[in-house]
Design a protein around this ligand. Structure first.
Ligand SMILES: Cc1cc2nc3c(=O)[nH]c(=O)nc-3n(C[C@H](O)[C@H](O)[C@H](O)COP(=O)(O)OP(=O)(O)OC[C@H]3O[C@@H](n4cnc5c(N)ncnc54)[C@H](O)[C@@H]3O)c2cc1C
Length: 486
């Protein structure tokens, strides 16, 4: 195995979190950025609704109101220091990404348009039609690819991470070849855990690799059972990756209907369709128990074709491929795994409790979201804390003269592939034992089984490839989630 020692920082992840961190690192630092699949295959590129921020505020909006909304959605279990950082530094990062050319929608006067989403008391969501994430990610990626100090490698899987003298050793697999890299600092920006469920809105890369690796290194992992189930994914029982019908569809006035085509949210919360996500998802599950049906719909027909096809072109087109014209038909929806509030615990600079190890974006736990993330606060979190992590690394590197030692990762010659069906089994356990409202009996049973699987993967002699790395991550994540649930 070859060993490369030339990097100051390794950033794992090319979503908004990883890319914005890399872009904000001092240009004198040599940076390696990797992505385990294509550069744009990530949750960031799927984000529809937008980025929440109080930037050049209108309608008497203020950072105090944004703070309040974030705390209310999070059930006041948020970390107030992190929330303060999030809302007060939001305007700066919006300015930054506008200067990178991010094309947020504007009104007829050319002013930035702001939309409303559940849990927000003011219109403060900046958006690019209904494909904001793809736009923001593409513009930051373009800037990163233009930087001479940054090397970007796609289809490069971080398989193993080790603490060594002077930094970290990373085993990275590309085209079937393992290479050991070393760096003084590592930033984990590996995204969420959606693929630990049968059904999720998340991209295929979301297997919690960074969280599992940080846990194995001994980093503190916090609140991993705080999982957000989005109330309105397109209802398709056959599909693992479920298409999201953005929160902003309710923000723009859609009604939620039960199997009798009746509005029902007034039975559960006075904020009706604009209650935060956890409340709406729980209401749907309770209503499905009451009506004995899992048929639910969004109804925004009254807004008309011209408005809907212009405001939600991606959603409109997706639904048309399913034979649904949202200006004439109801949209079938159901809750679905969507987001992880917990993760690798960090301070307000993205630093974990392992010196030199940082976590940003969805894999991190900055504490901003509390029990439940407020819509569109996630891209914002990745931007604000990614930038802060980069600045912190820059500051620390000024005084850091250590050189990481050479590092090797052994590969056994007689290793075997992992047994088939492990990932499916883990997903099924999670879907049955913890979906919106936990089933404690099933969670206890599930915990025993995932503990067995985790041990088997840790102790067996398996080929270290994507199957193995992802199965081990899923087992570790399921273990950590269920341990908290039971
Ligand atoms: C459908 C959908 C809609 C959303 N809409 C919004 C929205 O409107 N507003 C909002 O604020 N949030 C939204 N979110 C949430 C938000 O998109 C994500 O939380 C955020 O983009 C996460 O960014 P990230 O950089 O942490 O991770 P990601 O963007 O998921 O990137 C993770 C990266 O890590 C890499 N990676 C993972 N494991 C490894 C490994 N072992 N080795 C190498 N690389 C690895 C992946 O290849 C990928 O490049 C949405 C999410 C989804 C799924």
């Amino acid at each position: 195995m070859e060993c490369h020692t030339e990097y100051d920082v390794i950033v794992a992840g090319t979503g908004v979190g990883g890319l914005f961190t890399a872009l904000n690192l001092p240009e004198k630092m040599k940076v390696l950025v990797i992505s385990k699949r294509e550069l744009d295959l990530c949750n960031s590129a799927l984000a529809q609704g937008g980025v929440a921020a109080v930037y050049k505020p209108v309608d008497d909006d203020s950072t105090s109101l944004h703070t309040n909304d974030t705390l209310i959605a999070g059930g006041f279990r948020n970390n107030p220091d992190s929330v303060k950082v999030l809302v007060t530094e939001a305007a700066d990062v919006i300015e930054d990404i506008l200067s990178l050319g991010v094309d947020f929608d504007r009104d007829e006067k050319g002013e930035l348009d702001r939309t409303l989403e559940g849990g927000h008391s003011r219109r403060r969501i900046f958006h690019h039609r209904d494909s904001t994430g793809a736009e923001v990610t593409a513009k930051i990626r373009e800037a990163v690819l233009g930087r001479e100090n940054i090397t970007v490698i796609d289809n490069a899987l971080l398989c193993r991470l080790r603490k060594i003298n002077g930094g970290f050793g990373a085993d990275i697999l590309k085209n079937g070849v393992h290479t050991a890299y070393t760096a003084k600092y590592v930033v984990l920006a590996t995204g969420g855990i959606g693929r630990v469920y049968d059904h999720t809105t998340n991209s295929a890369i979301c297997t919690g690799d960074g969280i599992a690796m940080a846990y194995e290194l001994g980093a503190e992992i916090a609140n991993l059972s705080l999982i957000q189930f989005h109330p309105t994914a397109y209802r398709d029982k056959e599909s693992r990756e479920c298409f999201l019908i953005s929160e902003s569809v309710r923000g723009e006035g859609a009604y939620l209907l039960n199997c009798n085509k009746e509005r029902f949210m007034d039975r559960y919360d006075e904020r009706l369709e604009l209650a935060p996500r956890d409340v709406v998802s729980r209401s749907i599950i309770l209503e499905s128990r009451r009506t004995n049906s899992d048929e639910f719909y969004l109804d925004i027909r009254y807004k008309g074709k011209e408005y809907l096809s212009a405001r939600f072109p991606m959603i409109y087109e997706f639904l048309m491929t399913k034979g649904i014209d949202m200006s004439q038909d109801l949209i079938p929806i159901y809750p679905c795994q969507h987001y992880l509030m917990g993760g690798i615990n960090t301070d307000t600079d993205g630093a974990t409790d392992i010196p030199g190890l940082y976590a940003v974006g969805e894999c991190s736990h900055t504490g901003v979201h509390g029990n439940n993330r407020l819509a569109s606060n996630s891209l914002l979190e990745a931007l604000v804390f990614g930038k802060r992590a980069a600045k912190d690394i820059g500051r620390k590197a000024e005084e850091n003269t250590t050189v990481p030692e050479i590092c090797e990762f052994p590969l056994a010659a007689d290793a075997e592939p992992i047994p088939k069906g492990i990932r499916t089994e883990i997903r099924h356990i999670m879907q049955c034992s913890y979906f919106v409202i936990p089933d404690i009996d099933k969670a206890v049973e599930g915990f025993e089984r995932v503990t067995q699987i985790k041990k088997m993967l840790e102790n067996g002699n398996f080929i270290i490839d994507r199957d193995y790395v992802e199965a081990r991550s899923l087992a570790t994540v399921a273990y950590l989630v269920l341990k908290e649930v039971i």
